[in-house]
Design a protein around this ligand. Structure first.
Ligand SMILES: Cc1cn([C@H]2C[C@H](O)[C@@H](COP(=O)(O)OP(=O)(O)OP(=O)(O)O)O2)c(=O)[nH]c1=O
Length: 198
């Protein structure tokens, strides 16, 4: 850094998702601090998947930025939508199996909203949608998936970066978006904030 330049703000990742840390690392970005936001993620009645993702990403970013006004704060939220239905994180094995049944043989959408708060309160964001289709799943495949435990703590109850990819017949759009952080759009936001070089 040259002496005439202003010092960089601290970069905080407002997320407890290990996937988001790994994805950022892939584009050479290491947060100065990881500070998961503690917010209520319950969908509102009649809220659409994209509205939920946008609202939660913003709420996570604002919650952390409120305690660190001089920092650059990045947050994201990933939601799976099948029609108007929102699939969050399955509560238990039965719900994980039900989600897989809903995804079986159908197209669905994965939406990730990314929100970046700059020091001084300027906010920029992106909403990215990836369309996927799973093959039709047999009962045995659903049972194996549930037994793998890979449904825990993830939207829709599957992880494309793990065994579930073998069921993905079709994907249109960003792969990293499905894993929790669309890297192309995140890099655009970070460039806009002067954090990455154009
Ligand atoms: C669909 C899908 C989701 N996911 C993950 C990404 C997100 O971490 C998670 C969705 O939950 P989120 O609420 O977006 O994120 P999180 O609770 O893991 O972390 P935080 O709120 O602190 O940022 O699901 C995968 O890892 N692979 C997939 O294929």
């Amino acid at each position: 850094m040259l002496g005439t330049e202003r010092p960089r703000p601290a970069f905080l990742l407002a997320s407890g998702s290990p996937r988001r840390i790994e994805l950022l690392a892939r584009i050479g970005v290491t947060p100065d601090q990881v500070r998961p936001a503690d917010i209520d993620e319950t969908p509102r009645k009649t809220e659409l998947p994209r509205q939920l993702a946008e609202r939660l990403a913003r709420a996570k970013a604002e919650a952390v930025a409120a305690e660190a006004t001089d920092a650059l704060v990045l947050a994201a939220d990933t939601v799976v939508g099948v029609g108007r239905r929102i699939l969050g994180k399955p509560a238990d094995e039965a719900e994980a199996a039900r989600f897989l049944g809903l995804l079986s043989g159908r197209r669905h959408r994965v939406m990730t909203a990314v929100c970046l708060m700059q020091p001084g309160g300027r906010r920029t964001s992106r909403l990215v949608t990836t369309i996927l289709a799973f093959q039709r799943l047999t009962q045995a495949q659903i049972e194996d998936h549930v037994a793998s435990g890979e449904w825990r703590g993830v939207a829709g109850g599957y992880q494309i970066q793990k065994r579930a990819e073998m069921y993905v017949r079709f994907l249109s759009g960003s792969h990293s978006n499905v894993v929790g952080l669309p890297l192309f759009e995140t890099a655009q936001l970070l460039r806009g904030a002067g954090w990455l070089r154009p």
